[in-house]
Every structure is written in structure tokens, then in C-alpha cells.
Design a protein around this ligand. Structure first.
Ligand SMILES: Cc1cc2nc3c(=O)[nH]c(=O)nc-3n(C[C@H](O)[C@H](O)[C@H](O)COP(=O)(O)OP(=O)(O)OC[C@H]3O[C@@H](n4cnc5c(N)ncnc54)[C@H](O)[C@@H]3O)c2cc1C
Length: 470
């Protein structure tokens, strides 16, 4: 087996986060797979899911030979492009109770709290400058029609003495964040902000230090569903006892997984540093609104504002990469996201814009398990916009499944068969665009104090669950 290292390249369509993280590394080496090898575990996908799972497996069984294959660079998927809101999973508590019962829902949510803290501790212990900061996050509403949807969830959590969340009114939000655009909201005091790509690249570095073999620029072009399974790349093959597909939105390319997710891109942008001077927001909580196509804005350690708008481009079939060549909206319309909450920021120079995919499941929860067609091939994906903490939980689950341990993780609620639900093409593409237009109309009408008609209401019944405290 030969490995041919090359230099790390930078890309104008990459996130500012990733470009900054690569610059911080000072141009490390890329090693593509060249030849055939065998390993105990082969993980496909070098984002949080793949790298946390590799590290978890190494921690449990140091002697394991683990290979990670990444089609581009580690962190070049969602893990290096996201908004960096490391959120507690208590928002999903009511749904988890409904699906798996109170005991399992409590276990998973408490595990989420521990994993959130563990992300900060791991970064600190390994010298990863992930800029983990427990500054909190506010789910706010920018119009009365979208306010108050959090009440049932809060009442439910109060019954279980969960005290992360605090109702905040218009004036309190303004005092904490300098914006008067939110009529009310909920402060999640446990939320942390991170520099997402620094975390992803840091995990890669630690994994390599621990003897995990990482091959970048090595896309899986074929998955052999044999026993043992094998992953084929353009210049090599890895045959492994277990293959773990940590492919996030690219799970669309695996036929067994395709009908379980809808992929829709989120557009993102970041101002240049010093944009925050005079705003009074440098250390306050991050914000998200209550649109279905959420608008979110946060500060960074270096005084930038990073913001996102979901509801962007959608792929036809599995053709995801062409959707990621840039943002799907003109810069002017992205700037409009900031115009109401922060008029003084909307026209600041930007350091960059980018787009990234979200892998939405019907119920908004991820799934982990083994392919029905090949029990030695595992999957973990479907975070529906909230993968920072869920992928850390996922790494525990995937490690237990890979090691065939009979424990709370392998028996837990999120281990489930791949559900169907989304239709094949071309119905999927046409239907998704109709539902997307209905969601955008509803978000707009809510702000104009108008009701949508029956057709829009009908289309909205097809939308996947969004990650909101409902
Ligand atoms: C703009 C945006 C904002 C977001 N904001 C947040 C947020 O604030 N909070 C939050 O919790 N979550 C957020 N998310 C979601 C979060 O980023 C993801 O849930 C998380 O990164 C998933 O990690 P992953 O490792 O599963 O996926 P990824 O990091 O995407 O890793 C999958 C990897 O697989 C690789 N790959 C694909 N195909 C192949 C192949 N054929 N062969 C080899 N490798 C392949 C990809 O290149 C990629 O690196 C956001 C996502 C986006 C796009």
C-alpha cells in the first residue's frame, strides 16, 4: 500500500471557518489511499461522526486498526461549515418521550448534556482551539405569530426539573444582544458556541496522533456489501471487519439510505473582524429566530458576526456537490437577514459566504444501525441541523454497534431501521420545491400578520420536523 502526500489546498467555496482552520495549521499534508489494505474498521466520512467514532473506538480498544476515508479534507462537509451552535438535545425531549418513553428520553438528554461538556473538555485537554464558549443561545421569535411555541416543551421540562431554559422577554433580549427585533424567546443557558472547523481539524490531528490512519482526497466510489465488506476508492480498496458510513447528507448516495432523508442547503456568511464594535453584543448569547427556515446570527471570538439562513438549494437525486458551489441566494438577500435585527451590520464587508447541506429526517431525529442488506455495514446520519452534540452521542452508539457490545448505546432509542418516507425522483424534487415555497410563504405571512390558504396549509403537512423547541 502506497501513500502519496500532497499539500492542503484552500477553496473559495469553503467556509471561512475551514479556511481559517487550514491557515492555522499552516498547510499540513494530505494522504490519499493508494493501494489495497485491510483493517478492523473502515470509517467513510471525515467529519464529527467519523472522527469522534474513530476516537471512541480507539479509547475502548486501543489495539484496533482503524482507517478513515474522506473524499475531500476532514471537516470539508457539514462539520467545517456549520454555525457552531452546540445545543442541548432537551429541545427534542417531548419527541423522544413519545417515541421511546420517558426513561430513555431522560437518558439520552442527560447524555447530551455530558457530551456537550465533553466537547469542551476534549478540546481543552488536546490543545484544540475550538473556541468553546458557554455563551448561551436564544430561540427567539421575530413576530407574534411565531412566539410562544416553546411553552409546552418548557412545561414538560419543568416537570422533570430541567432548568437549562429561561423565558426571556423583548427587553431582556435587547439588553443581552443589542437587538430589538425579537418579541420574546427562550434562553438555553447550557448552549456553547464553537469554531466548528477548528474542532473538526483538531479531531483529525488527535486521531492521527492516536494511530488512526486517515486518507483524504479518497472518495468511496463503490461499497462492496460482502462479508467482509469493502470500500473502493479511485486508487485503492479497504477491506474491513466493519464499515461505518459517516456520510451525513451524502448518505443520499447509498441506495438503502436514500429515501430516509431530504437534503436542503443552508446559506451562511461572516463579516470581517471588528464588525461588532459599538453594538454591545460581543459576549452575549447567540440568536435564532422561529421561522421554519431559521435565521440565526452569532458572534465569534474575533469580533465577527456569522449568520445563516436555511431553505437554500436542494439536490436532484444524489447530486449534492453541485448545490454546494456557493450560496443559493444573492448576497443582498443574505444581508437582509441582518437588516432588521442589526441594521448597522447588514452592509458591513463580508469575509466570505458559503453553503452547506442539512440532512433532514421526517421526525427530525438521527438514526444509527446496520444495513439490512449487509449487517457489517453501519450507518449514522440524519441530524436534521443539530449534529454537533448528536454526532458525539452517535459516536458512542456506533462504537457499541461496531464492537457488538450489548449495552445502553446499542440497545438505545436512536438505533433504528432506516425508515422510508421520501419519494423517489422526480417526485421528490418537484414535491420538495413545492413544500419549500409553502414554508417560505408561511414564514413571510406570519410576519405580515396574514393567514396562509388551504393549499399552503396542505403542503406544510409534508415538511420534515424542524429542530425547534416545540
Ligand atoms: C450551514 C450549516 C449550519 C449548521 N449549523 C449547525 C449548528 O449550529 N449546530 C449544530 O449542531 N449543527 C449544525 N449543522 C449541522 C452539522 O454541521 C452536522 O450535523 C454535522 O457536521 C454532521 O457531522 P458528520 O460528520 O455526520 O457530517 P460531515 O461533517 O458532513 O462529514 C461527512 C463527510 O463525508 C465525506 N464524504 C461524502 N461522501 C463521501 C464519499 N463518497 N467518500 C468519502 N467521504 C465522503 C464528506 O466530504 C464529509 O466530510 C449545520 C450544518 C450546516 C451545513
Amino acid at each position: 500500500m502506497n501513500a502519496s502526500p500532497g499539500a492542503v489546498g484552500r477553496d473559495t467555496t469553503s467556509s471561512v471557518w475551514l479556511n481559517d482552520a487550514l491557515a492555522h495549521e499552516g498547510g499540513g499534508d494530505v494522504t490519499p489511499l493508494d493501494g489495497s489494505l485491510r483493517s478492523d474498521i473502515c470509517i467513510v466520512g471525515g467529519g464529527y461522526t467519523g472522527l469522534w467514532t474513530a476516537l471512541e473506538l480507539k479509547a475502548r480498544e486501543p489495539g484496533l486498526d482503524i482507517v478513515v476515508l474522506e473524499k475531500d479534507l476532514c471537516g470539508s462537509g457539514g462539520s467545517g461549515a456549520n454555525a457552531g451552535y452546540a445545543l442541548s438535545i432537551w429541545l427534542q425531549f417531548p419527541l423522544l418521550v413519545k417515541l421511546y418513553g420517558t426513561e430513555e428520553a431522560l437518558r439520552l438528554c442527560r447524555a447530551g448534556d455530558e457530551e456537550l461538556s465533553a466537547i469542551g473538555a476534549f478540546s481543552r485537554d488536546h490543545g484544540i482551539d475550538a473556541q468553546f464558549d458557554r455563551q448561551g443561545a436564544i430561540w427567539g421569535a421575530t413576530c407574534d405569530a411565531q412566539s410562544g411555541h416553546w411553552e409546552p416543551m418548557l412545561e414538560n421540562l419543568e416537570r422533570h426539573q430541567v432548568r437549562h431554559f429561561k423565558r426571556v422577554g423583548h427587553d431582556e433580549i435587547a439588553a443581552m444582544t443589542g437587538t430589538t427585533a425579537h418579541v420574546a424567546g427562550v434562553l438555553d443557558q447550557s448552549a456553547a458556541m464553537i469554531q466548528p472547523a477548528m474542532l473538526a481539524r483538531g479531531l483529525r490531528r488527535v486521531a492521527i496522533e492516536q494511530g488512526i490512519r486517515i486518507f483524504e482526497k479518497s472518495p468511496m466510489i463503490r461499497l462492496k456489501r460482502d462479508s467482509p465488506p469493502a470500500v473502493v476508492t479511485p486508487r485503492g480498496t479497504v477491506t474491513a471487519g466493519k464499515v461505518i458510513l459517516a456520510l451525513y447528507a451524502w448518505s443520499l448516495g447509498v441506495r438503502e439510505l436514500r429515501s430516509s432523508i431530504m437534503v436542503i442547503c443552508t446559506d451562511a456568511a461572516m463579516t470581517v473582524p471588528e464588525a461588532l464594535d459599538n453594538l454591545g453584543w460581543r459576549n452575549g448569547p447567540a440568536l435564532m429566530d422561529s421561522r421554519t427556515f431559521v435565521e440565526a446570527y452569532r458572534t465569534t471570538e474575533s469580533g465577527q458576526v456569522m449568520w445563516t439562513k436555511s431553505g437554500g438549494a436542494m439536490p436532484y437525486g444524489a447530486r449534492l456537490d453541485p448545490c454546494l458551489k456557493g450560496v443559493s441566494r444573492p448576497l443582498g438577500s443574505l444581508r437582509d437577514v441582518l437588516r432588521t435585527p442589526y441594521p448597522g451590520l447588514a452592509d458591513q464587508p463580508v469575509a466570505g459566504t458559503w453553503a452547506g447541506p442539512i440532512d433532514r429526517t421526517r421526525d427530525g431525529l438521527p438514526m444509527f444501525g446496520a444495513l439490512a442488506t449487509a449487517p457489517d455495514i453501519l450507518y449514522g446520519y440524519g441530524y436534521s441541523g443539530a449534529g454537533i452534540v448528536l454526532s458525539k452521542i452517535g459516536s458512542r452508539i456506533l462504537a457499541s454497534l461496531a464492537l457488538e457490545s450489548d449495552d445502553e448505546w446499542s440497545r438505545g432509542g436512536l438505533v433504528r431501521p432506516v425508515p422510508g418516507g421520501f419519494p423517489p425522483e422526480p417526485m421528490r424534487y418537484v414535491g420538495a420545491h413545492m413544500v419549500r415555497a409553502a414554508i417560505a410563504r408561511k414564514d413571510r405571512f406570519d410576519h405580515e400578520g396574514r393567514d396562509v390558504g388551504p393549499i399552503t396549509r396542505g403542503l406544510l403537512t409534508f415538511k420534515p420536523q424542524s429542530y425547534k423547541p416545540t
